[in-house]
Design a protein around this ligand. Structure first.
Ligand code: ZN
Length: 284
């Protein structure tokens, strides 16, 4: 039977860096799997699209726990009496988020099944989607691969035209770069990303995303060598003209991600432990 994909663009109302996110229905016959679910008010749209396609959602797979991908899931789960799956490493954060943001009457039990185990598969009609652990944006980030067609649902790991945000504590840059390397070896022909349009040529994009990170890293290393000492110094030098004031924290976290990687690789070191709140760095 034919394998269908329906993209559902959901608004993120300017709350996140991206103004829209994608949810996808992957279906065969009358069975569908929902991949990501947008904000809470996206549930209605997703249910409407499923109804108009005449499909029943049997599983909801979240690529990661972030609210622009996950808050719509309980409303959909309640409608279709289906489980919500995420990777075990994102489960605690997802449950915390649901407890704080989802009204009790909407939560559906079993709310979350932590059964998105890497290299296992989730059944869809006579085919299946393989779970790939793609950490870096969050620790439990996953992507789903339909092997017969090479279609990859990449979540926030690969995004066309933009940079994926990798900031601690969720993000880990070295892990993320390893994930990009892993994805280069995955036989994928098209990417359906968590934000933005379909990617028809995955390999050049994945390579460009990695190159951009390494270029930024080299810039940071050069600035530290030239006496930029702190995260604030680096943010001032790298982002002054490009990042509005209210998004400075994003730039700070991004630089912290780079600093973390350079420290782990012993390429920079702490200059002094005296001011723990405002650490200063130098090249090793
Ligand atoms: Zn995210």
């Amino acid at each position: 039977m034919a394998f269908g994909i329906q993209r559902i663009r959901v608004s993120t109302s300017g709350e996140m860096l991206e103004s829209t996110a994608n949810a996808y229905l992957a279906w065969i016959g009358e069975q569908a799997i929902l991949i990501d679910a947008g904000y809470a008010d996206s549930a209605r749209d997703i249910i409407d699209v499923a109804n108009s396609l005449g499909v029943t959602i049997t599983d909801i797979c979240l690529t990661h726990y972030h609210p622009d991908h996950s808050l719509g899931a309980p409303g959909v789960a309640r409608q279709f009496s289906c489980p919500i799956h995420c990777h075990p490493a994102d489960r605690v954060d997802l449950e915390k988020l649901y407890e704080s943001a989802i009204p009790k009457e909407i939560l559906w039990q079993p709310m979350v099944c932590s059964d998105l185990i890497p290299d296992s598969s989730i059944r869809l009609g006579d085919t299946s989607l393989r779970i790939l652990h793609t950490p870096g944006h969050t620790h439990g980030h996953i992507a789903l691969l339909h092997e017969p067609s090479g279609i990859l649902f990449s979540g926030d790991t690969v995004i066309p035209g933009g940079t994926v945000w990798i900031g601690p504590p969720d993000g880990h840059l070295r892990t993320y770069l390893n994930t990009l390397d892993t994805l280069m070896d995955v036989p994928c022909t098209r990417i359906y990303p968590g934000h933005g349009d379909l990617v028809a040529e995955p390999a050049p994009l994945i390579l460009a995303m990695k190159t951009r990170r390494l270029f930024r890293e080299q810039q940071i290393l050069n600035l530290i060598r030239n006496h930029a000492r702190s995260v604030d110094d680096l943010v001032d030098l790298l982002y002054t003209d490009t990042v509005p004031k209210d998004l400075r924290w994003v730039a700070v976290k991004t630089v912290e991600g780079h600093i973390g990687k350079l420290l782990e690789e012993n390429r920079i070191e702490l200059e002094s432990r005296l001011h723990a709140d405002h650490p200063k760095y130098r090249c090793s």
